[in-house]
Write a protein that binds this ligand. Structure first.
Ligand SMILES: Nc1ncnc2c1ncn2[C@@H]1O[C@H](COP(=O)(O)OP(=O)(O)OP(=O)(O)O)[C@@H](O)[C@H]1O
Ligand SMILES: [Mg+2]
Length: 339
């Protein structure tokens, strides 16, 4: 695998320069709306994430949290509304360009390449930062010319130049740094296939991969789903360490102790709308939040006993549908922990 530690110039460069000017919020979302067959999954959502802030979106199942993240990362297109990253509009560009512009993410149901090693999963995350190993990368956006960068990349993988080898060495050093964030959880397993790992270690690998991009903005969709109390406490420590290092983050999380400990601001969604946005302690006292979120959580214990709740699965079997079984059980377990 050929990777480098240097960000490529290209679509990302303008965004990264704008971010350095420090005048715009890292993320600005305005009037974001997206419907599925008449259901407004995301309904006129607006919020911002400032440099170095940790903002957490909370809300009941099906309230539109993951859809909001999918819109920000370009996985789905908004019906209306705008998204700016460091002052640059990104809602009209591709998933790849958004990643290159500096948004790294993890998925609610966890997505790692099971038949790649832990190390290779993280190295894949650095792919868009290649320079020497990806000559002509800019041509990849022109369908008729895509074969040129592909051929060049394959040739360099087979016969690496000294510059490519240097990139690979630097990338491995960075990959090891990212793994070492997780203490001894991943480093001794870096050559293992990820399908052999525990669920928690697969999620850690995914976070390491997102961080390998050195993202301007890190999006984590329920990073502790499926983790026990000890594992959740570990993730909290890692999030606090990232925050100390100045990493800007947008989280989705249900475990309120973690939310309160790590967030500068909490955005509460219900039925696709933002119903509250403010400091964690203020939001926690908000009547609408208690009614919409905390009140309804008691109903979740029903899901643990097998009762289905309408509207929690993605009807098209889309990216998040696979999560529901284990995830709902996890949320119910989390509810039990607190009660
Ligand atoms: N691909 C899709 N097709 C149709 N409906 C969808 C799709 N994705 C999401 N939805 C619906 O949109 C609504 C919002 O879903 P979303 O996954 O964003 O909620 P969420 O807040 O992340 O919920 P959870 O806490 O369960 O993860 C739900 O009613 C869901 O069923
Ligand atoms: Mg979700």
């Amino acid at each position: 695998m050929t990777v480098s530690s240097t960000h490529s110039p290209g679509p990302a460069a303008g965004v990264r320069e704008a971010a350095d000017s420090g005048t715009d919020p890292v993320l600005k979302v305005r009037g974001l709306t997206r419907s599925y067959s008449g259901l407004r999954a995301v309904d006129d959502v607006s919020f911002e994430v400032e440099q170095g802030q940790v903002v957490t979106i909370i809300g009941p199942n099906g309230s539109g949290k993951t859809s909001t993240l999918n819109l920000i990362t370009g996985l789905i297109r908004p019906d209306s509304g705008r998204i700016h990253l460091c002052g640059q509009r990104i809602d009209n560009t591709s998933v790849e360009a958004i990643a290159e512009a500096g948004i790294g993410r993890t998925f609610q149901n966890g997505r790692v390449f099971g038949n790649l090693s832990v190390a290779d999963n993280v190295l894949v995350g650095m792919h868009s930062t290649l320079t020497a190993s990806r000559p002509f990368a800019r041509l990849a956006r022109y369908p008729l010319l895509r074969w040129i960068p592909l051929l060049a990349e394959t040739a360099l993988a087979l016969v690496p130049t000294p510059a490519v080898r240097r990139e690979q060495r630097q990338a491995r050093i960075r990959m090891e740094e990212e793994l070492s964030r997780f203490g001894e959880r991943l480093t001794p397993r870096q050559d293992n296939y990820t399908y052999t790992l525990s669920y928690a270690n697969r999620r850690r690998t995914e976070i390491a991969r997102a961080l390998a991009l050195r993202p301007r903005l890190l999006l984590l969709d329920e990073p502790t789903a499926g983790m026990n109390t000890t594992e959740t406490a570990e993730v909290l420590e890692q999030l606090l360490e990232l925050k100390r290092q100045g990493q800007t983050m947008l989280l989705i999380e249900h475990k309120l102790d973690l939310v309160m400990a790590v967030s500068d601001r909490v955005v509460v969604m219900d039925n696709g709308k933002v119903i509250a946005d403010g400091p964690p302690r203020v939001v926690r006292e908000d009547e609408r939040v208690i009614e919409a979120y905390l009140g309804r959580r008691h109903a979740r214990s029903d899901t643990a006993t097998g009762a289905a709740r309408p509207g929690t699965a993605t009807p098209d079997g889309g990216p998040d549908s696979a999560v529901d079984a284990h995830d709902t059980a996890d949320k119910a377990a989390a509810t039990e922990e607190r009660s």
